[in-house]
Design a protein around this ligand. Sequence first.
Ligand code: IPE
Ligand code: IPE
Ligand code: MG
Length: 242
Amino acid sequence: MFLFKKKSKPVEKRICDERLSHIAFIMDGNGRWAKRRGLPREYGHKKGAEVLRKIARYCGDINIKVVTVYAFSTENWKRPKHEVDAIMELLDEYLDFLFTTMEKDDVQVHFIGDNSPLTDALKEKIAKVESDSAHYHRILNVALNYGGRDELVHAFNSLASEGKKDITEEDVAQRLYTAHCGDPDLIVRTAGEQRLSNFLLWQAAYSEFYFTDTLWPDFSPEDVDRAVDEFYSRTRRYGGIK
Ligand code: IPE
Ligand code: IPE
Ligand code: MG
């Protein structure tokens, strides 16, 4: 008997319109990708960082205005120190890459999350990349030491210290790390897990979700096309009737 590898259906590259301006990616599966190859998990993160560069650029090519990527959660500190150190080293390299590409990609970079536990060197680089890129037009949000609950607690503490009363949804939204951009239209999670893992809890209220078994280091522009196609097949009702 012959066994044929199942080929996934090719999809056409789409140029996105105002219905899809913000995509968020939960970049999961780096560890499993490395394990399947008998490699240390760090190799998966290295390959994952390369894929991030490619996917962020591709999103610009198809007219996505805002890309948000989950790079490191408030819970990821539970991992072995060598793995955390390797991820921080890759982020440092990624910052260097952003300095050389932000102009060409016309991208404004924001690190979202609590950066207080980061090293001073990393904090300074982040501040510089953010200020140097502030005048560009597309937005890249890198969620680093990000937790949705942490973000909400941070927002509530800001409101409390301002002595704010009669708090509105807008008041909360303005104090989130994402105050500079809208909510994600589409959240893509790779590697099979179907959960948020503390990502954009407030902002995901009416996002569309796309889950794929593809591991992040294998994720390609064609996979973005598939997610985009799926998004355009959905009807967003926001509780109303279409
Ligand atoms: C995602 O890949 C990257 C981070 C969480 C930093 P994982 O490292 O979680 O990969 P898996 O889920 O163990 O395969
Ligand atoms: C979510 O992935 C965090 C990032 C992708 C940075 P995890 O691998 O940490 O999530 P869980 O533990 O499977 O929920
Ligand atoms: Mg994971």
